[in-house]
Design a protein around this ligand. Sequence first.
Ligand code: GUN
Length: 240
Amino acid sequence: MYVNNKKKACEYIGIESFEYLMDAGTSQEELLSLIDRLNKDSAVSGILCQLPLPDHIDEQAVINAIDPKKDVDAFHPVNVGKIMTGNYDFVPCTPAGVMELIKESGIDIEAKECVVVGRSNIVGKPMAMLLLHKNGTVTVCHSKTADLAEKTRKADILVAAVGIPNFIKGDMIKPGAVVIDVGINRIAPKKLVGDVEFESAEPAAGAITPVPGGVGPMTIAMLMKNTLKAAVINHDREAE
Ligand code: GUN
């Protein structure tokens, strides 16, 4: 589903995309050799390796192999480091999408209590950094957090990124809070739900994103933005 949506978005805006669908038994060496080839190909601006990978492949080694200037997911340690310092080219797509939703909704982050539930490298950690760069007061909660509801009830801006269906209930939300649901959980063949229980949360929240149709499409849009940026960066690099 993710990969198809990414391909469709590329087609829609005029980015040529190539899918390398590899067998689950592919060796790490083969995968690294493909990445090496794409790194060197001046016709390729951006590379992403859809995660997760099979157990026999070292995911971090694969991420490390992608040229940081083509790393449109912003997963490479160089790009992760840049996000920490606030001086970055690429922003991880999902947190970037959340920031765009907040901005376009006219919500000011400065001095707000921001609570991120989830500490993944893909969403929770970079999300906390981006909110911090906008002068939010950020708390990161996770599966070992004691009295989670007490923390979430303090949030003016609550970002749920735990990957557990309907985990955040209405009584865990401060009245009027901005609730952003990053979760995409398939609970039946045709039923997707978020990490927030929408029915109980919606009356409490001042603003809330739906699943599907909330953060998901924004993630794709941000991937397109990173890819365009990568094209400019790599074009300039070629010209040097
Ligand atoms: N798997 C789940 N989310 C993502 C993402 O944003 N990028 C990649 N490459 N894989 C993922």
